[in-house]
Design a protein around this ligand. Structure first.
Ligand SMILES: [Mg+2]
Length: 340
């Protein structure tokens, strides 16, 4: 399986999981999970919710602006105020309490990374959107990925429990994206890397210990319960379908548990593991494909490399020279097609 299959699987796995869970949100004792409409939010089948929209908003920001939390927060407001990143502009029927309050603070001019500073906001509202941090720049260092996961979470959820869950999810996704590793090893290795990263930061070490020892899996909105419900649904399953069905069957925050589990399952088993009727039945695919095509092009080693800046004081490093050569190669390969 190629990285491209896994990246497409990640994004669509998250969105399809969200849409599968939307009709069941806040319900209990779910025996049969079907791809259907109506239900809790009375939406047509295949409609993703806030989880999918905010994940796509983050992806769009990372592709356009690099890592810039002010830009991320602006795009979250585009979703809140203008229904951007939704299927047919009607996927803004659900918003979490902490996210709503934090985005109001952003709109009032509070800096993005200070907006989510309520220490009692322990929900899964940042975990449900954090996936693209692991996808756009998989060669980033562990320190960079952890820092980006934390800072992006802080826009709405700055409590250590939320930061740590986001960082762990991003590191696990990076492991799954690389392939060649079983699920429990990916979890163990990511936990070890994160613990090493947190050395000397006792608040974060404690939060990681608490997360790793968390006892419940009830599909709830609490970030730690949500993380483990999604993980267990993924780890106990033999394919994408059973992972997201299990995630929904916990009840409660069904769409978010299934989105988080679906991102992991789609990364692990790839795009082709998602049942065709669900993928075909997802609304708003034109919104997704515009972003996904850019993401996949960015990961393609044959894409046009960026030229180093040309200023009078410019001095070359070896990596600049490599970039120049790649650039020349790119034009040489493509020129005949363009003139023909
Ligand atoms: Mg939702």
């Amino acid at each position: 399986m190629t990285t491209r299959d896994r990246v497409r699987g990640a994004i669509y796995g998250h969105l399809v999981g969200d849409a599968l869970g939307v009709p069941y949100e806040f319900t209990h004792d779910i025996e049969t999970v079907e791809w259907r409409g109506n239900g809790t939010h009375n939406q047509p089948a295949g409609t993703w919710s806030d989880d999918g929209a905010l994940m796509l908003a983050l992806l769009d920001s990372l592709l356009d602006a690099g890592f810039d939390t002010a830009d991320q927060a602006r795009r979250f407001l585009d979703w809140r105020d203008h229904r951007k990143y939704t299927p047919d502009r009607d996927g803004r029927f659900d918003i979490g309490g902490a996210t709503s309050q934090a985005l109001a603070r952003v709109a009032d001019g509070v800096p993005a990374e200070e907006a989510g500073d309520d220490p009692d906001a322990l929900g899964n509202g940042s975990l449900m959107r954090i996936l693209p941090i692991a996808l756009v720049d998989p060669s980033a260092s562990t320190a960079e990925l952890v820092d980006r996961a934390h800072r992006s979470s802080r826009i709405t959820h700055g409590a250590p429990a939320c930061l740590v869950a986001c960082a762990l999810y991003v590191l696990i996704t990076r492991e799954l994206l690389a392939g060649g590793q079983d699920r429990s090893s990916a979890l163990a290795r990511s936990s070890e890397l994160l613990r090493a990263e947190y050395q000397g930061q006792s608040e974060l070490v404690t939060a990681l210990d608490n997360l790793l020892a968390w006892p419940t899996r009830e599909g709830r909105g609490h970030v730690s319960d949500s993380f483990w419900s999604a993980w267990d649904a993924f780890e106990a399953s033999d394919g994408y379908r059973s992972a997201v069905v299990r995630a929904v069957q916990y009840g409660n925050d069904t769409d978010t548990t299934a989105a988080i589990a679906g991102g992991l399952a789609g990364t692990y088993w790839g795009l082709d593991s998602i049942p065709g009727p669900w993928l075909n039945g997802l609304r708003g695919k034109e919104v997704v494909d515009r972003l996904l095509d850019r993401l996949v092009r960015r990961l393609d080693p044959n894409r046009e490399p960026r030229l180093p800046a040309m200023d009078p004081d410019f001095t070359f490093s070896m990596s600049d020279l490599d970039a120049m050569e790649d650039h020349a190669e790119w034009h040489r390969i493509r020129r005949p097609r363009r003139s023909g």
